[in-house]
Design a protein around this ligand. Sequence first.
Ligand code: PGA
Length: 244
Amino acid sequence: MRVQRFEQAAALASALAADLIGRIQRTPRLVIGLATGRTPMLLYRELRLKTAAQGVDWSLVHTLNLDEFVGAGAVGQRYRDFMQEELFAHVNLDERHIHFLDGRAADLGAECDRYERTIAELGGIDVQILGIGVNGHIGFNEPGIALHPRTHVARLELSTRARNTWLFDGAVERVPELALSMGIETIVDAREIVLLATGAEKAEAVQGMIEGPVTPTLPASVLQRHKSVTVMVDGDAAGRLSRR
Ligand code: PGA
C-alpha cells in the first residue's frame, strides 16, 4: 500500500480531485466507484470547484456508489440524495451513467445481483474511492468472522448507525439496520483503489489496515492483497503509524 500523508484534509481533497480530473481528461469513459460519508465531502467540493473552473466534461463518465441504506428516503436521507447534492447536480454526468443500489427495491437479493451485472457490463471499476469506518469497515462490510465476497444485504453495527445519524435527524433509531453494499471482492476487483482517512478517530483503523494482519475483523486489511492501493491520510489519521 502506498501511503500519502497530508498536513490538512483540504490539501488531500484538492490533490485527489486534481488526480481524478486528470484521469477523466485522459480517459473520458472512466468508471469511478464513489463513497459517501463525511470524509469525501471536501473531495466533492473540490471536484465541483475544479469542474466549474476548468469546464471538465463528465458526459461519458460512469459512477457506481458503494452502498445504500435499505428503506431510507421515508425516514431520512438516502446516500443517493447525498450524492446528488454533493456532486451529481454540479457536473454534466449523464443520468443513465449514475449507478446506485436501490435500497427500496422489492427484491433486495435481485437488486444486489443486478448491481454485480452492471459492474461487469461496464468492464469493471477503474478507480474506487473508499472511506474507512472507525471499526475498519469499507463500504458496509462490517467486521465479522467472514466477509461477504459480493454485493449483499448488510446488517449494520450500532456504532456504524450512530455515525450516520447526521443523515437521519440525529436519531440513531431512525438509521436503518440494513444496507446494501458491494462485497469485499467486488471492491478488490477494482483496478485501482484510493482510500481516504482523516481525523484521529480513524488512526487505529488505519494503523491496523496497513500494519496489522489481514483479518475479517478489520475488513479494510483485505486491501493489503490489492496491487494498487493508495491510502491518503491527514496527520491525525496517520498518528498511530509506526513509519510516519
Ligand atoms: P465517514 O464514514 O466518512 O462519515 O467517517 C466513513 C465510512 O464509514 O466509510
